[in-house]
Design a protein around this ligand. Structure first.
Ligand code: UGA
Length: 478
């Protein structure tokens, strides 16, 4: 099938190469000519595993690039809208790019097209796309609009696209829904999963992917409600982590106990410094606005957001408690992206923490495997922030090491080597990447989220009388 994918952000570009993997011809449309040229040359606008490899595999053959939306729309059978929907003033999504694209398509098409809405949008957007196209001269019989939300995560986007838990296709025209289903046939029947040159599955995959067909409004709501529910799980476990700290329990044990109830599920119960990124914070606000518009006051979502907003402050209190005053302390900071596997620092909870530490007079040496360039831009005006070439380099001559992002490589550090370079022999981990026993066995103290602080028996902190008096296990000598 011939597809036009409009927008070359995370969703658009990943979907475009994913559709090529499924055997379709795709033209990527974007009005940013220089960006398209870079992609064509194999330089990706963001870091994502497998993306560059697939763009190189298909560019020039099954994957082409264009800034001419009308002609791309005329030639494609299916037009996928994957443009940005940034937050507007009151939290509601700004749909002006979606509308602009719809208007342009309306004026261009001369034969039947299915318009697929893939951007994260509020309920009724497909209805508005349809209305806008009619108002802009597209004959009613010449197009249908289908909602096909994307559930990919940054960092594992390509794999998520090709091995999704489900595919949601919502529309009010059977013909259009069937056509969109057929695009995913190789995922539905599982034939892609045995493709020898295909991207390796993340887990044992059995059978094909389930396609869920709904109304357009249903599909739009599934996307917002899914993100809101996942954000709620994270805030829930972060709140439970605070209680664990107060009573001396270990949140990992509690999360594993809760998560092994199959009705709850173990994923998205990792406590930390809070969720970030370009989706959860924005989508939560947008869903709140959708609910308000629909006459429902979804206060639960406010609470989810406010628990999340408090996590950074809680973490900073931990750092102060561990190091006392912060002025002139030297800290090695691992990670500034909003999660591991991506160079994206949008709404990263690490960024305000770094700023606050710098404001309090700390000297920070930052290392991130992918987000260094973005970090340099973000903190260009902070003279007490420097950047290092590795985690070990960053830890050199630091007082303590602070972990802010859950990169895999931060979970497998040579802790003994790290210990040699840290003055206070201390790791403060905002992502709970380690088993405390492992850190302590390397001679380091370990402060993490929702768990007692642990120190080796011979650590100076474990010798102080306060620590011994501190009845529970806030400081436990191991
Ligand atoms: C999220 C959803 O997971 C995707 O399904 C969705 O398609 C995407 O938003 C979107 O709407 O485009 P993403 O923002 O890429 O994906 O990343 P997640 O893996 O969901 O992580 C979001 C944030 O939550 C990160 O800051 C992460 O560190 C944090 N998180 C995640 C936790 O703090 N604890 C967890 O247990 C899981």
């Amino acid at each position: 099938m011939k597809l036009a994918v409009v927008g070359t952000g995370y969703v658009g570009l990943v979907a475009a190469v994913g559709f090529c993997e499924l055997g379709h011809e795709v033209v990527c449309v974007d009005n940013d000519g220089p960006k398209l040229q870079k992609i064509r040359d194999g330089v990706m606008p963001f870091y994502e595993e497998h993306l560059q490899q697939l763009v190189r595999r298909y560019a020039g053959s099954m994957l082409t690039f264009s800034n001419d939306l009308p002609s791309a729309a005329r030639e494609a059978g299916v037009i996928v809208i994957a443009v940005g929907t940034p937050a507007g003033e009151n939290g509601e999504a700004d749909l002006s790019y979606v509308e602009a694209v719809s208007r342009e398509i309306a004026g261009a098409i001369t034969s039947y097209k299915v318009i697929v809405e893939k951007s994260t949008v509020p309920v009724y957007t497909s209805h508005w796309i349809r209305r806008s196209m009619l108002l802009n001269g597209a004959p009613a019989g010449l197009f249908d609009v289908v909602s096909n939300p994307e559930f990919l995560r940054e960092g594992t986007a390509v794999v998520d696209f090709l091995y999704p838990d489900r595919i949601v296709i919502g529309g009010d025209s059977q013909r259009a829904v069937d056509l969109v289903c057929s695009i995913y046939r190789r995922l539905e029947d599982g034939s892609y999963h045995s493709e020898p040159t295909g991207i390796t599955p993340p887990r044992q995959v059995q059978g094909g992917t389930r396609i869920i067909k709904t109304s357009a409004a249903g599909a739009e709501l599934i996307k917002h409600a899914s993100n809101a529910f996942l954000a709620m799980k994270i805030s829930f476990i972060n709140a439970v982590a605070s209680i664990c700290e107060a009573v001396g329990a270990d949140v990992s044990e509690v999360a594993s106990g809760i998560g092994s109830d199959s009705r709850i599920g173990s994923q998205f119960l990792r406590p930390g410094i809070g969720y970030g990124g370009s989706c959860f914070p924005k989508d939560l606000k947008a869903f709140r606005a959708v609910a308000r518009e629909a006459g429902y006051d979804f206060r639960l979502l406010d609470e989810v957001a406010s628990i999340n907003d408090e996590q950074g402050g809680r973490f900073l209190r931990k750092v102060r408690r561990a190091l006392w005053t912060l002025k002139d302390k030297k800290l090695a900071v691992l990670g500034i992206s909003f999660k591991g596997g991506t160079d994206d620092i949008r709404e990263s909870p690490a960024v305000p923490i770094v700023r606050a530490l710098a404001r309090e007079g700390c000297h920070l040496s930052i290392y991130d495997p992918a987000a260094m360039e973005r970090g340099r831009e973000e903190f260009a005006e902070c003279h007490t922030i420097s950047f290092s070439s590795s985690a070990y380099d960053s830890a050199k001559n630091a007082d303590a090491l602070v972990i802010l992002t859950d990169w895999d490589e931060f979970a497998t550090l040579d802790l003994k080597a790290i210990r040699e370079t840290l003055k206070y022999h201390l790791i403060i981990d905002g992502r709970n990447l380690y088993d405390p026993a492992e850190v302590v066995a390397s001679g380091l103290g370990y402060v993490s989220m929702g768990r007692p602080d642990f120190f080796p028996e011979n650590h100076p902190v474990a010798q102080s009388p306060e620590s011994k008096r501190n009845g529970m296990v806030a400081v436990r000598a191991v």
